[in-house]
Design a protein around this ligand. Structure first.
Ligand code: ADP
Length: 492
């Protein structure tokens, strides 16, 4: 049997094993309508599987299951919740090969990146397992004496969790981990492009002993039709969303009616700033990481690369050399470093943004044209002299295109970097400590990478300001998003 045959046999086995129904109340179930929708491989366009297409009624059943399970789950011992999360952590590692293949098939990223994401996803379970044991409170005397303040934290209640397609597993565990740790039940709606990874995760949570109804999964094509009634029902107490700013604003408006708590991880437009005194090779490595992780399909992706005049040409040349050396191909193939984009619309946007920038005077150093053939491939591309009025300087590119913009002074680049409604992450490369800290403080973003191109870490508080979002995921504050503080005043 040839190697590629072996791979297709493995793919068929992995696809055959993944659940395709809804997870409601601890059991896999068909939607009331019996309807399904296709999941396809972005590297080939071929259909991989069909999964349940939930109706609003299915959504209601899932939320009812979460509501029914809430009180019992809130009463579990923190140590029991720790054990569940650690069993799920172990299972993610035990099944990492199959899960990585599944993720690459439905999402496109190279196998090595899928493995990396599953390890990263598992870390959220390990991190929040420990956080379950550290939910604290307080007892103090009122300033005037006499009364005592008892402060305790309680699970916020049933949660709605909506996740995107770009990190189909990690964006799930980043919400499910703290929800379980805090004692909250939930209904999860994954993106329709990549439901299989979440369904596989659902099976892992069942196998890890998470009680029936604690985690429910609803796959659907009509996101608004299924989720809006749940948001407006008053039965869910919290919405955690990762996705576009446009959809985030719609959801915030829906949540306003019941004053539902929200966590919002929305879009970004990350500036990546290289000063003249930076270690240039480190800056190139950092830019490659910040730009090319997930083929550029990340809200943390370097969207505008500002290089100071003294190094701009040399930096762009080295970046272009590194980008053009990357191997593009189906993520399942050995040696692939850049997989396809998620779908035709995703690639179409990249094509349009590049056409817009070049029409306004940007020059292409490498890449710049989508290939023919099946799959939604786009080559690693470097554009220089990108004018500030180019669409790609304002909008998320979400693809493997680096736009390099020269700058003269620190003040000028800080003003340009902050000239956006977004504020998720910024990257700064410099060897001057005082400048590094000064610029990091002046940048309007929730996170800053100093001489590093990756900031994501389950133990660090991830999140944005301005239109990039509300709240933080991970770190020692991540669990607070799923807890309410209750103060009990005591007369002694
Ligand atoms: P992207 O542009 O990256 O696909 P979206 O914000 O459209 O980002 O999608 C992120 C998630 O939000 C997906 O699970 C998607 O199905 C879901 N979604 C999109 N629109 C709505 C909506 N109106 N209500 C609830 N969920 C939605």
């Amino acid at each position: 049997m040839s190697f590629s045959n072996d791979r297709s046999v493995r793919s068929a086995r992995v696809l055959d094993a993944v659940p395709t129904q809804l997870l409601i109340g601890g059991a896999w179930a068909d939607p009331a309508s019996g309807a399904t929708f296709p999941v396809s491989n972005p590297a080939t366009g071929e259909e991989l599987a069909r999964v349940a297409d939930a109706t609003p009624d299915d959504g209601r059943r899932a939320l009812d299951a979460a509501v029914d399970a809430q009180a019992g789950f809130a009463a579990t011992a923190p140590r029991d919740r720790y054990d569940m999360l650690m069993r799920a952590y172990d299972l993610l590692h035990e099944r990492i090969d199959d899960l990585a293949l599944l993720m690459t098939l439905e999402m496109g990223k190279p196998l090595a990146e899928s493995r990396g994401e599953i390890a990263y996803a598992a870390e959220f379970f390990r991190h929040f397992a420990s956080e379950a044991l550290r939910i604290d409170g307080g007892y103090q005397t009122a300033p005037a004496g006499g009364a005592r303040f008892l402060v305790t934290k309680q699970p916020v209640g049933p949660c709605l969790l909506i996740t995107p397609w770009n990190f189909p597993m990690a964006m799930g565990t980043r919400k499910i981990g703290p929800a379980i740790a805090a004692g909250c039940t939930s209904v999860i709606k994954p993106a329709p492009q990549t439901p299989l990874s979440m369904l596989a995760l659902g099976q892992i949570l069942l196998d890890a002993g998470v009680p029936a109804g604690v985690v429910n999964i609803v796959t659907c094509t009509d996101a608004n039709g299924v989720m809006e009634p749940l948001i407006r029902s008053g039965k869910a107490r919290k919405l955690s969303f990762t996705g576009s700013t446009a959809v985030g604003k719609i959801l915030l408006a829906q949540c306003a009616d019941t004053v539902m708590r929200t966590s919002m991880e929305l879009g970004g437009n990350a500036p990546f700033i290289v000063f003249d005194d930076a270690e240039l090779d480190e800056a190139v490595t950092g830019a490659m990481a910040a730009k090319m992780r997930n083929m550029g399909e990340a809200c943390t992706a370097a969207n505008r690369i500002y290089a100071q005049q003294g190094v701009a040409d040399e930096f762009a040349r080295r970046l272009s050399t590194a980008m053009s050396a990357l191997q593009v191909g189906p993520g399942v193939e050995d040696g692939t470093q850049v997989g396809p984009l998620i779908d035709d619309a995703g690639r179409g946007k990249v094509v349009d943004l590049v056409a817009d920038a070049t029409a306004r005077g940007a020059r292409v150093l490498t890449g710049g044209a989508a290939p023919d053939g099946p799959g939604f491939f786009y080559p690693p591309t470097v554009l220089v002299d990108v004018p500030t009025d180019a669409r790609m300087a304002r909008e998320e590119i979400f693809g493997p295109v680096a736009s390099v913009i020269p700058f003269a002074t620190e003040d000028e680049v800080v003003a340009a970097a902050n000239d956006t409604p977004y504020g998720l992450v910024s990257y700064v490369f410099t060897n001057d400590l005082r400048r590094a800290l000064r610029v990091a403080e002046r940048l309007e973003s929730g996170m800053v990478g100093l001489n590093q191109g990756v900031v994501s870490n389950p133990a660090a508080p991830f999140g944005g300001i301005k239109e990039s979002g509300l709240g933080r995921e991970g770190g020692n504050v991540g669990i607070d998003e799923f807890l309410e503080v209750k103060y009990i005043g005591i007369s002694v």
